[in-house]
Design a protein around this ligand. Structure first.
Ligand code: SF4
Ligand code: SF4
Length: 194
C-alpha cells in the first residue's frame, strides 16, 4: 500500500530515510560505540531508582496517603456523618451509617449526629483528597502514611478502628492546611472550627 499521502494526526510524523548503508555502517561498530557511550554516561549519572525497602523516599508534607478521622481538642470525634465526603468522592470509596448521639455520650461525639460506621475502601480510593476538601467539620484528612499492602481484599476496607485517630496519639495535620484555611479557623463566628 502506498502511504506517501497519509497525514499524521499528531503532526509528529518523521520521514524515515531509506538510503543504503555504507560499509562502515554495515559493520555496526559506530552504532555499538555510540550505544556504549550512552550507557557509560548513565553509569556516571545519579540513579533514578532507589533500593527500596532499605532506602525510602522522603514524602512531601502534603503527600496524599491514608486517611485519618480527627478528634477535637477534647478527644471527641469530629465527624457528624453528613455524608459530604462520600458525595464528593469520585471513586465511591466512602460509606457510612449515621446514628444519633445519646445522653451521656457528649464526651465521645462532638455533634448530635455521628458516624456509627464509617468505611473507606482503599482499593477504590485514588487519593485525590476531595473528601478532605468537602468536609465541613475538619474531620477527615489524608496523611503521609501509605496504605500497607496485603493479600486479602477485605483488609483494604478501613473502618473506624483504622481511621479514627488514637486518643493518646494525635496526628498532626497542620501542614496540610493552607494559610487561608488557618485564618478561616480563627474566625470566632465559625463555630464548627473552634
Ligand atoms: S481521597 Fe478521593 S478517592 Fe479517596 S476517599 Fe477521598 S475523595 Fe474518595
Ligand atoms: S468526614 Fe466530614 S464530610 Fe465526611 S461525613 Fe464526617 S463530617 Fe461529613
Amino acid at each position: 500500500m502506498d502511504n506517501s499521502n497519509v497525514q499524521s494526526l499528531s503532526g509528529r510524523s518523521k520521514v524515515v530515510s531509506d538510503k543504503k548503508l555504507s560499509f562502515v555502517e554495515r559493520l555496526y561498530l559506530p552504532a555499538i560505540f555510540k550505544g556504549m557511550v550512552i550507557t557509560l554516561k548513565h553509569l556516571l549519572k545519579r540513579k533514578a531508582t532507589i533500593r527500596y525497602p532499605e532506602t525510602k523516599r522522603e514524602f512531601s508534607d502534603i503527600y496524599r496517603g491514608r486517611h485519618v478521622l480527627k478528634r477535637d481538642d477534647q478527644g471527641r470525634e469530629r465527624c457528624t456523618a453528613c455524608g459530604l465526603c462520600a458525595v464528593a468522592c469520585p471513586a465511591e470509596a466512602i460509606t457510612m451509617v449515621a446514628a444519633e448521639r445519646k445522653a451521656g455520650e457528649e464526651h465521645l461525639y462532638r455533634e448530635e449526629k455521628y458516624a456509627e460506621k464509617y468505611e473507606i475502601n482503599m482499593l477504590r480510593c485514588i487519593f485525590c483528597g476531595l473528601c478532605e476538601e468537602a468536609c465541613p467539620k475538619e474531620s477527615i484528612f489524608l496523611t503521609t502514611e501509605i496504605v500497607k499492602s496485603d493479600f486479602l481484599r477485605d483488609r483494604f476496607i478501613y473502618g473506624k478502628d483504622m481511621l479514627v485517630e488514637p486518643i493518646d496519639k494525635p496526628i498532626d495535620i497542620s501542614k496540610r492546611q493552607t494559610p487561608a484555611v488557618l485564618a478561616f479557623k480563627k474566625e470566632k463566628n465559625r463555630k464548627h472550627n473552634d
